[in-house]
Write a protein of this length. Structure first.
Length: 314
C-alpha cells in the first residue's frame, strides 16, 4: 500500500450553523442499511494524524461518469476553469447528463463497489471513530447489490456472498426507484431532501448508495450547488494517482464533509471527512482531541452500474 501525502487548503469560512442534519447523513453513509451499528459521538480521537493518508487502489470502470473527449476531459464544459463550487458542480452536472442510460427493470440490481480506507482492526476496535493513522491503515472493499424493487439485497461479507430477502431475517429501507427517477430538477431534489421519510438515506448519501439516472444525477449536482455553505477545495487530495477536487460543507465548525470529483472528467469518484481545525470534544465518556488535517473517512467509488443478478460486477 502506497501512502500519499494529503494536500488540504480549505477556506476559512465555515457554513452558517452546525448543519446537524448532515451529521445524520454522514453516519448513515458510514454504515448504510441494516449494517448500521452504534457509533459514539463526538468522534473519538486517539492519535493525531497531521498528514492524512490515502491508499492507491485499482479503479474499476464507473458507468455514470458522463461523456468524455479523447483527452479524458468532458467535451466543452460550461466553465473551462471552474473557480467556485457552483461552477464545478455545473460542469459535473453536464458531464453526468451526457452518459448513456437504459431505465432498469424491477428485477435488476444496482451494483455499488467502494474501496474504504480504514484503520487496522486493533486500532479500529480501540478507537472506532478515531482518525486514520499513517502506517496502520487497510483498504476494505465493499460490494453491494440492491434490487430495484427493494426485495433483495446482496453483499460481500468476509469474502462470502450474502443474499437477504426483505422481511425474512432482516428488513431495510430503500428509496423507491420510481421516486428517485422523478427527481429531475434541483428544486425537486431539494424538496425531496426536506420531506419526511421512513428510511435513513439523505441527500449526501444518494450517490454512494444508488445508481442514479443521468438526469437525476445532474439535478443532484445542481441541488448541491444551492446548498448553504457549499465550498470547493481545488487541491483536496490525490486518489489512486489522480488529483481530486473536494466539494462539501463544514460540520460543527471543524469537520469538512466532501464529495470528491475527478479534476478532469468531473466524475464523482469518492468522499471524505477531514478536520479543518483543531477541536476539543467534551462528552459524557470523556474528552478527546482532533487536529487540523486529521482524516476520519476516505472512500473511493470504484464501480456503479445496473446488473442482472446478485454477484454480477459488469
Amino acid at each position: 500500500m502506497t501512502m500519499l501525502q494529503e494536500a488540504f487548503r480549505p477556506d476559512e469560512v465555515a457554513a452558517p450553523g452546525a448543519q446537524g442534519r448532515a451529521r445524520a447523513a454522514l453516519l448513515e453513509r458510514i454504515h448504510p442499511g441494516p449494517r448500521v451499528r452504534g457509533l459514539r459521538w463526538p468522534i473519538r480521537v486517539g492519535l493525531a494524524a497531521a498528514i492524512a493518508t490515502a491508499a492507491v487502489v485499482s479503479v474499476v470502470v464507473i458507468e455514470n461518469v458522463g461523456t468524455v473527449g479523447e483527452q479524458g476531459s468532458v467535451d466543452a464544459p460550461p466553465f473551462g476553469q471552474a473557480a467556485a463550487a457552483a461552477e464545478f458542480l455545473e460542469n459535473a452536472a453536464v458531464a453526468a447528463s451526457r452518459k448513456s442510460w437504459t431505465a432498469p427493470r424491477p428485477d435488476q440490481f444496482m451494483y455499488k463497489e467502494s474501496h474504504v480506507l480504514r484503520n487496522d482492526k486493533e486500532l479500529e476496535t480501540r478507537e472506532p471513530n478515531g482518525p486514520l493513522v499513517p502506517g496502520r491503515t487497510r483498504v476494505v472493499v465493499e460490494q453491494d447489490w440492491k434490487r430495484i424493487d427493494a426485495q433483495v439485497w446482496g453483499r460481500m461479507d468476509g469474502g462470502k456472498l450474502v443474499v437477504e430477502r426483505q422481511g425474512e431475517r432482516v428488513s431495510w429501507g430503500q428509496v423507491p426507484y420510481a421516486d428517485l427517477a422523478k427527481l429531475t430538477t434541483p428544486d425537486k431534489v431539494l424538496a425531496w431532501d426536506k420531506a419526511p421519510k421512513n428510511f435513513g438515506v439523505t441527500l449526501d448519501a444518494l450517490p454512494g448508495q444508488y445508481v442514479l439516472p443521468p438526469e437525476v444525477e445532474a439535478a443532484f449536482f445542481r441541488a448541491l450547488a444551492q446548498r448553504e455553505g457549499m465550498r470547493m477545495n481545488p487541491e483536496a487530495v490525490n486518489i489512486d494517482g489522480r488529483p481530486a477536487v473536494g466539494l462539501g460543507i463544514t460540520l460543527e465548525g471543524y469537520l469538512s464533509q466532501e464529495l470528491l470529483f475527478d479534476k478532469e472528467t468531473y466524475a464523482l469518484i469518492g468522499e471524505r471527512l477531514v478536520a479543518i481545525a483543531d477541536h476539543t470534544n467534551v462528552g459524557n465518556d470523556g474528552t478527546s482531541y482532533s487536529r487540523k488535517g486529521d482524516l476520519f473517512r476516505q472512500v473511493v467509488y470504484t464501480n456503479s452500474l445496473i446488473v442482472g443478478k446478485v454477484g454480477d460486477t459488469k
